[in-house]
Design a protein around this ligand. Structure first.
Ligand code: SF4
Length: 63
C-alpha cells in the first residue's frame, strides 16, 4: 500500500496527522508530508480513515 498527498489541495488542517502521526506530519512544512513510502499493513485502517476525513480530498491510497 502507498499513499500520496496532493500538495495543491492541502490546507494544513492537521486531521491526517492526528489520525495517523506515524505516516503524516506537518512539522513546519507548508503542507502535510507523507513520512513513509510503503505503508505497513497494521496502519491500513488509519490511512483509509485519514483519506476519508481529509476535508480537501487530498490523500490518495494506492493498494
Ligand atoms: S487532512 Fe488533508 S488537508 Fe488536512 S493536513 Fe492532511 S492532507 Fe492536508
Amino acid at each position: 500500500m502507498k499513499v500520496t498527498m496532493d500538495e495543491q489541495r492541502c490546507i494544513r488542517c492537521g486531521f491526517c496527522e492526528t489520525i495517523a502521526p506515524e505516516v503524516f506530519s506537518l512539522d513546519g512544512s507548508m503542507v502535510a508530508r507523507v513520512k513513509m513510502e510503503l505503508i505497513p499493513w497494521h496502519l491500513r485502517d488509519l490511512i483509509y480513515q485519514a483519506a476519508e476525513e481529509c476535508p480537501e480530498n487530498a490523500i490518495r491510497v494506492i493498494d
